[in-house]
Design a protein around this ligand. Structure first.
Ligand code: NAI
Length: 723
C-alpha cells in the first residue's frame, strides 16, 4: 500500500482537516484544531471548496470524509455564525455558498462516501446527504439528526430537500420537525445510511462503498442492500400528488401546531418547504430552503432559542467546574418514598447508583417502589432500556423502613413531608445512623436550608437539592448552599446532579430560594385577576398563548391547591403582606379541592379533557368583569420579574444566565423569549416599570416595581450585556 501526505494537504495551520491519498482513494480527515468537535462555518466551507477543487482533477477512485475526533463526525453548523445574522440577506450569502459546496461534492466524478462515527448532526448530516453513500458505525455515540428546529431555524444546507428524496417524506418530516436523533441501526433501517459497521471496520466499509462506483444519473447500485423501501417510494409519489396533501402534510401541520401552540414558526415553515420542494428540481427547491432559512435565522424566536442554547452551555460549564473536588459517590440514600422521593430514587438507579430508599412504613415504601417500577417499564416501552437492564436497575433500589446500611452512604437526599419539625427529627436520626461527614441534601421546596441545618451537628454538610416534578422529565436542579455549606458538599451534590443529567443552578439560601419564590407571585397574581372578574379559561388561555406550557391556574391544580396555599402562607410568613395569598386558594381548599390529585380544583378531571369547573365561580363569589388579555399576561410575568429582582437584591441569585435558565427549565417560562431577563431587556426596563406603576395604582402596592428595577430603568441599564 502506498501512503502519501499529498500536495493537496491544507497549508493553513488552522485548517479544519487534512487530505491523505492512499491507493487512489482520497481520505479527507476532519479535525478542527483546538476543538473537541468539528463544526461547519464559513471558514471551513472555504477550506472544503479548495480541497474539492484540487481533488476534482485528480485521477482518483473515490473520496471518503472521515473524522479524527473521537465520538464526533460533525456536530452541526457554527451557531455563533447563525446568531450573528442581522439581515436575511447575510444568511443567504452563507447558505448559497454552502449549497454550492454540497452540489460540487455531489458532482465529483468519483464516488464520495461519508464515513460516520459519532455525532453527525445538522450541517454534518447535510454534508453527508450530499455524498453518494453513507456508512455509519453501530457505536453508541453515533447519532444522526437535524436538530435545527430546536434553535428556531430549519436545515439550511440541503437537508429539507435531500433527506425526503432519500428516505421519503414521512420519515424525513419526522426527523426535521422534531430534531430527534437516530442511531446507526435505525439510520440503516430508514435508508439514511447504506451500511453499518463496527467502528474498527469503518474504513473497510467506506472502501467497500467506494467500490460500488459513481451512481449513474442518480441511480445508486448498492449490492445486497434492500432497495429504497416500498413505503419510501409510495410516500414520495403520494407527496407529489395533490390528494396526498391531506394525508402527509396537513397531518404534519396539525401535529406541529398542537405541540408548539403556534409559537415556533420553523417547523411549519419546514413543512411548507418540504411540500413545495419535493415537486421541484433540486436547485429550485434549495432556493426555497435558503429563503426560509434566512427569514427564520433573523427572527426573534431563533434569537431567543439560540440565546437559551448558549446560556445553557454557560451554566452547564459552570456546574462542571463546581463539581471539582467532589467526593466519590456510588450509593445514595433517599428518605421518603413519596412522589418526589420515589422519582429521585428511580432516576439515581437508572444512572447506575445504588439507592437505599427509606420510608416510615411499608405502605409508603410499596407505593414508591411501584412508581419507580412504572417509570422503568415506561423506559422499556420507549426502547430507552432493554428489559433485563431495567430489572438490573430496579434491583439497585433497596427499599427499607429502618436505617440499616446507612452507615456506608456518603449522601442522603431527604424528601419527607414539608414540615420543619419532621425534617429536624429526620436530620438527627440520620446523623446518628450515617457515617461521619454524611452529606444531607434536602428537597424542600420552601424551608430555608439554614433553618433545617439548625438541627444538624455538622451544618457544613447540609445543603438543598431542589428537584422539580416529575423528576425524570424536568431538566432543572436548584442547589441551595447556606453560609456554612462546605465546598465539598456543594461539589458532591453538583457532581451527582450532573450524573443525573440535570442542568444545575446554584443559589444562596432564603425562603423559597429562587424558583419557588418567583413562582409564587406569578400564580398569586392570576388568582387576583380571577377575583377581579376574568374567567378561569381566559386567564389560562392568555398566559399559555404567551408561551407558557400551562396556564397559572391549571398549574396550581397540577401542583396541588393544598401545596400552593401552604407555600404561599410560608412565603407570607417571611415576606409579609406583599406575598399575601389571594383568598381564593383558601376558599377552594375549604371546599375540599386539592387539584388534579383529587380531581377537583379550578378544573374538573372527571372526563378528558379537563373542563373548567363552573361551581368555582359561585364558591368564590365571582362577578364577571372585562380584563384585557395583555394585562393578564403582563401582570403575571411582571410579578415574577419583580420577585426575581428582589431575589437579586437579597443576594439569593445574581447571574442573569442562572436566572434565565432557572425560569425556562424549572418554571416553563417561554424558551423562545430567551428567559425572563432577556424579555425584560428586550421590552426595556422603563417600559416594564411604567407598566408595573400603572398596575400598582389600580390594584395595590403588591405590584409596585422593585427598587432594583426602578434604579436600572432610571440609569438605562440592561440585565445582560449586549456587546
Ligand atoms: P409525599 O407526601 O408524596 O411524600 C412524602 C413521603 O415521606 C411519604 O411517602 C411519607 O410516608 C414519607 N415520610 C414521612 N415521614 C417520614 C420519615 N420520618 N421517614 C421516611 N419517610 C417519611 O410528598 P412529596 O410531594 O414527595 O414531597 C416531598 C418533599 O419534596 C417535600 O419537602 C416537598 O416540599 C418537596 N417537593 C415537592 C415537589 C412536588 O411537586 N411535589 C417539588 C419539589 C419539592
Amino acid at each position: 500500500m502506498t501512503t502519501e501526505e499529498t500536495a493537496v494537504a491544507a497549508p493553513e495551520t488552522q485548517a479544519p482537516g487534512r487530505v491523505v491519498i492512499e491507493d487512489g482513494v482520497a481520505w479527507l480527515h476532519l479535525d478542527q484544531p483546538g476543538k473537541n468537535v468539528n463544526t461547519l462555518s464559513s471558514d471551513s466551507v472555504g477550506w472544503f471548496e479548495a480541497r474539492i477543487d484540487e481533488l476534482r482533477s485528480q485521477d482518483l477512485r473515490g473520496l471518503v470524509l472521515i473524522s479524527d475526533k473521537p465520538g464526533y463526525f460533525i456536530v452541526g453548523a457554527d451557531i455563533n455564525e447563525i446568531a450573528s445574522f442581522e439581515e436575511p440577506a447575510q444568511a443567504k450569502v452563507v447558505i448559497h455558498r454552502g449549497h454550492e459546496l454540497m452540489n460540487r461534492i455531489g458532482a465529483l466524478p468519483f464516488p464520495v462516501v461519508s464515513a460516520i462515527d459519532g455525532a453527525c448532526l445538522g450541517g454534518g448530516l447535510e454534508l453527508s446527504l450530499a455524498c453518494d453513500y453513507r456508512v455509519a458505525t453501530d457505536a453508541r455515540h453515533t447519532k444522526l439528526g437535524l436538530p435545527e428546529v430546536k434553535l428556531g431555524v430549519i436545515p439550511g444546507l440541503g437537508g429539507t430537500q435531500r433527506l425526503p428524496r432519500l428516505i421519503g417524506v414521512t420519515a424525513a418530516l419526522d426527523l426535521i420537525l422534531t430534531g430527534k436523533e437516530v442511531n446507526g441501526k435505525k439510520a440503516l433501517k430508514l435508508g439514511l445510511v447504506d451500511r453499518l459497521s463496527h467502528p474498527l471496520s469503518l474504513r473497510q466499509a467506506a472502501l467497500e462503498a467506494v467500490s460500488w462506483g459513481k451512481p449513474k444519473r442518480g441511480k445508486r447500485k448498492i449490492p445486497k442492500r434492500k432497495p429504497t423501501s416500498l413505503m419510501t417510494k409510495i410516500t414520495n409519489v403520494l407527496a407529489r400528488a395533490p390528494v396526498a396533501k391531506n394525508l402527509v402534510f396537513d397531518q404534519a401541520r396539525k401535529t406541529v401546531l398542537k405541540k408548539s401552540g403556534g409559537h415556533y414558526p420553523a417547523p411549519l415553515r419546514a413543512v411548507d418547504v418540504v411540500e413545495e420542494g419535493i415537486k421541484m428540481p433540486l436547485d429550485e427547491a434549495l432556493e426555497l430552503e435558503a429563503n426560509a432559512f434566512a427569514d427564520l435565522a433573523v427572527s426573534e424566536v431563533a434569537k431567543g432559542l439560540i440565546s437559551i442554547f448558549f446560556t445553557k452551555q454557560e451554566v452547564d460549564g459552570r456546574a462542571k467546574s463546581l463539581a471539582d473536588g467532589a467526593r466519590d459517590v456510588d450509593e445514595v440514600a433517599v428518605l421518603g418514598a413519596g412522589f418526589m422521593g420515589a422519582g429521585i430514587a428511580q432516576l439515581l438507579a437508572y444512572k447506575n447508583y445504588r439507592v437505599l430508599l427509606k420510608d416510615r412504613d411499608h405502605q409508603g415504601l410499596g407505593r414508591g417502589m411501584k412508581q419507580a417500577g412504572g417509570l422503568f417499564r415506561e423506559l422499556v416501552k420507549r426502547r430507552k432500556m432493554r428489559k433485563p437492564q431495567a430489572e438490573q436497575a430496579m434491583s439497585r433500589l433497596m427499599p427499607t423502613v429502618d436505617y440499616r446500611g446507612f452507615d456506608r452512604v456518603p449522601l442522603v437526599i431527604e424528601a419527607v413531608f414539608e414540615d420543619v419539625d419532621l425534617k429536624h427529627s429526620v436530620i438527627r436520626e440520620i446523623e446518628e445512623a450515617g457515617p461521619d461527614g454524611l452529606i444531607f441534601a434536602s428537597n424542600t421546596s420552601t424551608i430555608p436550608i439554614t433553618r433545617l441545618a439548625e438541627a444538624s451537628a455538622k451544618p457544613e454538610n447540609v445543603i438543598g437539592m431542589h428537584f422539580f416534578s416529575p423528576v425524570h422529565k424536568m431538566p432543572l436542579l436548584e442547589i441551595i448552599r447556606t453560609e456554612k455549606t462546605s465546598d465539598e458538599a456543594l461539589a458532591t451534590t453538583v457532581d451527582v446532579g450532573l450524573a443525573m443529567g440535570k442542568t444545575i443552578i446554584v443559589v444562596n439560601d432564603g425562603p423559597g430560594f429562587f424558583t419557588s419564590r418567583v413562582l409564587g407571585p406569578f400564580v398569586n397574581e392570576a388568582a387576583y385577576v380571577l377575583q377581579q372578574g376574568a374567567t378561569i379559561d381566559q386567564i389560562d388561555r392568555a398566559v399559555k398563548g404567551w408561551g407558557f406550557p400551562v396556564g397559572p391556574l391549571a398549574l396550581v391544580d397540577e401542583v396541588g391547591i393544598d401545596v400552593a396555599n401552604h407555600v404561599a402562607e410560608i412565603m407570607q410568613g417571611y415576606e409579609g403582606d406583599r406575598a399575601k395569598p389571594s383568598p381564593i386558594l383558601a376558599k377552594l381548599l375549604a371546599d375540599g379541592r386539592r387539584g388534579r390529585k383529587n380531581k377537583r380544583g379550578f378544573y374538573t378531571y372527571e372526563s378528558k379533557p379537563k373542563k373548567v369547573d363552573d361551581a368555582v365561580y359561585e364558591l368564590i363569589g365571582w362577578q364577571q368583569a372585562e380584563v384585557d388579555d395583555q394585562e393578564i399576561i403582563d401582570r403575571c410575568w411582571m410579578q415574577m420579574l419583580n420577585e426575581v429582582a428582589r431575589c437579586i437584591e437579597d443576594g439569593v441569585i445574581s447571574r442573569p444566565s442562572d436566572i434565565d435558565i432557572g425560569v425556562v427549565f424549572g418554571l416553563g417560562f417561554p424558551p423562545f423569549r430567551g428567559g425572563i431577563l432577556r424579555e425584560a431587556d428586550k421590552l426595556g426596563l422603563d417600559y416594564v416599570v411604567g407598566r408595573l406603576d400603572t398596575f400598582a395604582a389600580a390594584y395595590g402596592p403588591r405590584l409596585e416595581p422593585a427598587t432594583l428595577l426602578r434604579d436600572m430603568a432610571r440609569s438605562g441599564k440592561t440585565f445582560h450585556d449586549y456587546d
